[in-house]
Each structure stands twice: as structure tokens, then as C-alpha cells.
Design a protein around this ligand. Structure first.
Ligand SMILES: Cc1ncc(COP(=O)(O)O)c(C=O)c1O
Length: 358
């Protein structure tokens, strides 16, 4: 579009592979309503990830969060993380629930599980935590707390395609885990997403909810909305999926090249032990907000975009009651995301590394 090096770019499968999938939708004369391509994509994703549950493909990664909160939030308080993308909080508010922020762990950047219990009140219904940049939350401890207090657990696993924890798909944890297949994600369908539901009864509810409640043409299982993925989205997913091995390898190479060539040590994501990661993001923690702004300007002068991600800390959004989360606030001010995508060249990466080292 222009000559600026973006922070991320979608992986575009060879056009023939995409068109071959689109052709199937044309042959079927079927573009949506859970057609052959969506059903095949759901099956293939489950096979690829080895997840316990089959994903319910949806039209983006926000709708499954909304459905999960609608079903489990009960208009109550939801304990959540301030360090995530805005959708993690906005969906809570959108669904008429109240976010209660618990600060993050300074090392792993995920919700600090040791602070969850003190935030629980009789209005608490759920814990909604994010596996930040694909780094798993302390899922065992969160499960223990949720069981003890009879709470549901929803994971925003938008960044987690391909992540395993202790040998299992990360989507196996929580009552519902959601994922985003947005164009910039490591696996994508242009726009898209999914819910992984780990309880049969709940699976049905999520399933009906994402399709207007339809149980046949005239029978309705409760209220629902339109969260369906289209056949054209699924066509992109079916064309991207066979390329996952090389996509993951490229992201890993990018990450390792940055890490190896920085002249000094920066705080970067510290993975929880037992994580098989997808290397989907490269973040650096600088010393201050000013340093981040200086780096942003320097990079832009050289035609390179870096991004403040996540910023602001979500407890500081103007539509939530302000609650203090000093660790997340500090991290949000000083963290930057560096460019990483499938065809990021070594030459450009070296330019970025040069600016940072300077
Ligand atoms: C952590 C997180 N949650 C939710 C979303 C929303 O996903 P989508 O853009 O597919 O609606 C994103 C998207 O970037 C995300 O990063």
C-alpha cells in the first residue's frame, strides 16, 4: 500500500491455492451457513492443533468472547487482566458485566493468579484472562481457584494458534477458550475466529448462540446472534493451514535473529515452563515511555513502523472504573512490538536491529 515497513503483514498463500478453495464454494453455490468449507476447516484445525474440542468457527475473535461472556458472565463481575488487547475488556462492558482488574505478573505478563482470590466478591461470575502473546496463564492455579469459588474460566487465546502447554493444546484449558484468525494473526482467515468449548452442555449453547439460536429452520434453542464464519473466510483458512510449518519457522527465525543481534539484553517475553510457543510476536521492554516514543520516531524516519502494543493499560480505559494496576501500567508504557511477519527480509530486520542498537 505504501513503503512503510509494517509491524505485521498477513501471510498470503499462493493465489492458486486460495482460488482452488474459492472455486469449491462457487461449485457448491454456497457462501455461508456452515457450508462444506467451514466444516472442513473446523475438522482440520482440530487435527492440526490436537485440541480436545472441535473449534466453532466464527466471523472474528471478538464474537466468541462476547458469546462466552453472555453465557457465563450473568451480568456480574468478571475478574480480568489489564494487559491485553482492548477487546478483552470491551466485550465485558459490551455484555453488561463489570471488569474487575487484577494486576499482572511482572515476569510472565499474564494475570497474577496470586491476586485473584482477594478480588472475588459474591458478584463474581467468571475469570477472563489472556494468554498474552501466546504465553500461557498459570492455568492450573486459575483452575483451582475457579473450582474453589465456583467460577467459570474464559481464556482469551487470540494469540495462541499452535501453542501447546505441557504437551496439550492451550485451547484445552478453561470452560471456553477463544482465538482470533484476524489477517495479522499467525493463522488467519482474513477476519475470523473460533471458540473452543471444553464442556458438552456449554458447547451446544455456544453453538446455538453463534447461529441465531437455530436448531433447524423454525426451531430455536434460546437467543442467539450471527457469529458464523463464511465459506470465503474458510477458503482462506484452508489455503493458509497447509503452510503452517513454514509460517511458524519464519516467525521463529525472525524472533531468534532479533534476540541474537541486540547488543544489550532487553526484557522480552518470559515463557512459562512447559510452553511450546508460536513465536508470533516480538516485544521489547524499554526504560521509559519517552524512550519508546524516541524509538518510534527514529524507526519511522527510516520507514519502519513499530507499535505500542498493548497500550494503554486496560484499567485506564475511559469507560471503566479506574482501578490501580501499577505493573501493567508500567509495562504498557514501556513495551514495543517490532515487525515480524512471514516475508520480513533479513536486510530490513538488520536495519531495525541497527536502529535499536544505536
Ligand atoms: C488478545 C486479543 N483478544 C481479542 C482480539 C480480537 O480478535 P478479532 O480482531 O479477531 O476480533 C484480539 C485481536 O487482535 C486480540 O489480540
Amino acid at each position: 500500500m505504501n513503503n512503510v515497513i509494517p509491524v505485521t503483514k498477513p501471510f498470503l498463500p499462493p493465489i492458486e491455492e486460495y482460488m482452488a478453495q474459492v472455486q469449491r464454494a462457487y461449485n457448491n453455490e454456497w457462501l455461508t451457513n456452515r457450508g462444506e468449507l467451514v466444516l472442513e476447516l473446523e475438522t482440520k484445525i482440530q487435527e492440526y492443533l490436537g485440541s480436545k474440542s472441535k473449534p466453532i468457527a466464527m466471523n472474528n475473535g471478538t464474537i466468541p468472547l462476547q458469546i462466552a461472556i453472555k453465557l457465563l458472565g450473568g451480568g456480574g463481575e468478571i475478574i480480568t487482566t489489564p494487559f491485553s488487547y482492548v477487546a478483552t475488556t470491551s466485550t465485558i462492558v459490551w455484555e453488561g458485566c463489570t471488569p474487575v482488574f487484577v494486576d499482572i505478573d511482572p515476569v510472565y505478563w499474564t494475570i497474577d493468579e496470586t491476586k485473584i482470590e482477594e478480588a472475588i466478591t459474591e458478584k463474581t461470575t467468571c475469570i477472563l484472562a489472556t494468554h498474552v502473546f501466546g504465553n500461557p496463564c498459570n492455568v492450573e492455579e486459575i483452575e483451582r481457584i475457579a473450582k474453589k469459588h465456583n467460577l467459570y474460566v474464559i481464556y482469551d487465546a487470540a494469540h495462541c494458534f499452535g501453542v501447546k502447554y505441557k504437551g496439550k493444546s492451550i485451547f484445552d484449558w478453561g470452560d471456553i477458550s477463544t482465538c482470533s484468525f484476524h489477517a495479522t494473526k499467525i493463522f488467519h482467515t482474513g477476519e475470523g475466529g473460533a471458540a473452543f468449548v471444553n464442556n458438552e452442555e456449554l458447547y451446544e449453547k455456544v453453538f446455538y448462540s453463534h447461529n441465531f439460536g437455530h436448531n433447524g429452520p423454525t426451531d430455536f434453542q434460546g437467543v442467539g446472534i450471527n457469529g458464523k464464519m463464511s465459506e470465503l473466510q474458510a477458503a482462506m483458512g484452508l489455503a493458509v493451514l497447509p503452510n503452517m510449518k513454514s509460517i511458524l519457522l519464519r516467525r521463529k527465525d525472525n524472533f531468534l535473529r532479533y534476540e541474537k543481534n541486540f547488543k544489550r539484553e532487553f526484557q522480552i517475553v518470559k515463557l512459562r515452563e512447559g510452553t511450546e510457543w508460536n513465536y508470533s510476536y516480538v516485544q521489547l521492554v524499554l526504560e521509559s515511555s519517552e524512550q519508546v516514543e524516541t524509538l518510534k520516531i527514529k524507526c519511522l524516519e527510516d520507514g519502519i513502523m513499530i507499535r505500542r502494543y498493548f497500550f494503554p493499560s486496560l484499567n485506564q480505559l475511559n469507560y471503566v472504573d479506574s482501578q490501580s494496576c501499577p505493573i501493567a501500567e508500567g509495562l504498557s508504557k514501556s513495551i514495543v512490538t517490532l515487525p515480524s511477519y512471514y516475508d520480513l527480509s533479513e536486510v530490513i530486520q538488520n536495519r531495525i536491529i541497527g536502529i535499536i542498537n544505536e
